[in-house]
Write a protein that binds this ligand. Structure first.
Ligand code: 9MR
Length: 561
């Protein structure tokens, strides 16, 4: 049964954990009373007044907040505002975060390449194997001296990056780092979390099974000859809007890059650490990861700043490559992340001795081209044991706290009562991942300080993603009462099923509107979103956006136990 909701009431459409703060935003300038009614008994359980007027700095729109945090008993409720034309039904229940953690982790299963997805695990989104990637051409941009042309490698598996079917190491890097960190931060949580994938019940947590599917692919992307890592595995041009099995274009691995290699090193080092504890189930895996990491590190030392240059490549070689570039222009942060992981894996300070951790600068939220903070999180996690020399650990702590303190400043004045959107720059391509990554930073601050304001703010961003935002959409497919239905996602567009593939996080508002879709409602930063499959700039899905949502949902659930 779909809950009813007026468009001008914005709230988490999935539900509220009993002890959590519970807010709805009403788009109105007028003061008015509100009531909360228990749907099954018809009784009024709470009466209140909307809060002070708040204004969106982006659109200028006025709104007020209904705070019904006092409703803590599980059940179904109706919020009625003023004359009762405005209503919103919602649920209070214990498993909100858990269900979202499972759904968004299953989103990765449904993105798997090179394998069939049987109905048993994929339901109506079952599909046959495609993109086998058993004969991947080495693009001329990647052919080193003496190697025959048309040399092929096997590079099966991994996840499709996004709405497209290519596989990019840089973006896999941050995605894996986020999921592996989730495991390291909350290992007990995953002991019994069953996500109904083929590997469930194999003695390895489902989160790690899913990670492993992409890890095995990443391992194939390292050139055995020199340890460098190909930037991506891709078509020359994007596939059409067709199902995977209808794709038949040749696939290439392209030029090696320092960004890809260092991200790979970081992922391998972190994986080695984690999979050591699963030696009995996965014999030799941790060792393979260590070897791969060390070889990648050596290559990077010899090639410390080799950028991926798609335009240059296309001037020199055919076929030209037109797919996503993930063309990072600065690899100082990749060095920080890789060094932090190698140091943590080996305990050898030599890995960090020449690294400038940039702690004189503010923390940067993790993104595919900015990964230094993943290194900070690892130092934070392992620091007590590692005891790095000097002030590294205390400086990292200060940096995380300063960033989070900054985030929650003036939260009380934000129209949606979220730290997300305080700055217009939060609304970049993939803004949903900004909200989720802010939530993660806040949870680190909460763990360091035990200050519940940070936990509440993290939950606020979770609520943002599930509907308490200026677009009125729940950005996670398959969840909520008004969720995204038309993501720019080839499988969802081509499979003939009305509902999109579930468990995928839409990119979210992006006033850049680079896709030039004509269906955006306006250009206001917080509303610049369109649930149309033309909109790759606001309504695509991507693995690096899903991963921080998995983290946020699972961590919030772990804190709620
Ligand atoms: O997420 C990426 C975003 O930060 C960039 O601004 C954008 C344009 O370069 O590319 C995004 O990544 C896309 C990638 O290049 C190809 N697969 C889909 C990704 C999500 O839109």
């Amino acid at each position: 049964s779909l809950a009813q909701k007026s468009e001008d009431i914005r709230l988490n459409q999935v539900g509220f954990y009993p002890k959590a703060e519970k807010l709805a935003v009403v788009i109105t300038a007028a003061q008015s009373p509100f009531t909360i009614i228990n749907v099954s008994t018809g009784k009024v359980v709470l009466k209140g007044q909307l809060g002070e007027v708040r204004k969106s700095q982006h659109s200028g729109k006025s709104s007020r907040i209904a705070d019904f945090s006092a409703v803590k008993t599980p059940g179904k409720y109706r919020l009625q505002v003023g004359d009762q034309k405005r209503i919103a039904e919602f649920e209070v229940k214990d498993d909100v975060y858990k269900n979202i953690a499972i759904a968004s982790l299953r989103g990765f299963y449904l993105q798997r390449a090179s394998t069939d997805l049987p109905e048993k695990y994929a339901g109506k989104w079952a599909r046959p194997a495609a993109h086998a990637d058993e004969h991947v051409l080495i693009h001329p941009s990647a052919i080193s001296d003496g190697r025959p042309e048309n040399f092929v490698i096997k590079s099966p598996g991994g996840w499709y990056d996004a709405g497209d079917y290519n596989k990019y190491i840089v973006n896999s890097g941050i995605t894996m780092g986020t999921l592996l960190s989730l495991y390291e931060d909350y290992p007990q949580y995953f002991e019994n979390l069953n996500t109904n994938i083929p590997e469930s019940n194999d003695g390895v947590p489902d989160l790690l099974d899913e990670v492993l599917y992409n890890l095995r692919w990443m391992l194939t992307m390292q050139d055995p000859a020199d340890g460098g890592v190909y930037h991506k595995l891709t078509n020359a041009r994007f596939d059409g809007m067709v199902m995977p099995a209808a794709c038949d274009k040749p696939r290439y691995v392209v030029q090696k890059s320092t960004a890809a290699t260092l991200d790979f090193v970081a992922v391998m080092a972190q994986s080695a650490r984690i999979f050591k504890s699963f030696e009995a189930k996965l014999p030799g895996l941790a060792d393979s990861c260590i070897t791969a990491a060390v070889r990648g590190w050596k290559w990077a030392k010899q090639n410390p700043g080799l950028l991926y240059e798609q335009e240059e490549i296309n001037k020199k070689f055919a076929p030209g490559i037109q797919t996503g570039t993930y063309g990072d222009r600065n690899v100082s942060d990749e060095w920080i992340w890789a060094a932090a992981e190698m140091y943590t894996l080996t305990g050898k300070a030599e890995y960090i001795k020449d690294i400038n951790f940039q702690l004189d600068k503010p923390l940067s939220l993790p993104g595919w081209n900015q990964v230094k903070t993943l290194g900070y999180y690892t130092i934070l996690r392992a620091g007590e044991e590692l005891k790095p020399e000097g002030t590294l650990l205390s400086d990292v702590r200060k940096s995380v706290m300063a960033y989070s303190n900054d985030l929650v400043t003036e939260l009380d004045r934000q129209p949606y009562h979220t730290v997300m959107g305080k700055k217009a720059s939060d609304y970049a391509w993939g803004s949903s991942s900004v909200a989720a990554n802010q939530g993660i930073a806040l949870l680190y601050a909460y763990r360091l300080s035990k200050n519940v304001a940070f936990l509440n703010a993290a939950r606020g961003n979770f609520d943002y993603l599930l509907g308490r935002n200026a677009t009125d959409y729940c950005f996670l497919t398959g969840s909520g009462t008004k969720s995204v239905m038309h993501p720019h996602h080839r499988i969802s567009m081509a499979d003939g099923i009305v509902e999109p593939v579930p468990g995928l996080l839409s990119g979210g508002p992006n006033p850049g509107q680079q896709d030039k879709c004509t269906t955006y409602p306006n250009k206001f930063a917080d509303e610049s979103f369109t649930d149309h499959d033309c909109s790759y700039a606001s309504n695509e899905i991507a693995i690096n956006w899903n991963a921080p949502l998995v983290y946020l949902a699972a961590a919030l659930d772990a804190f709620s136990q």
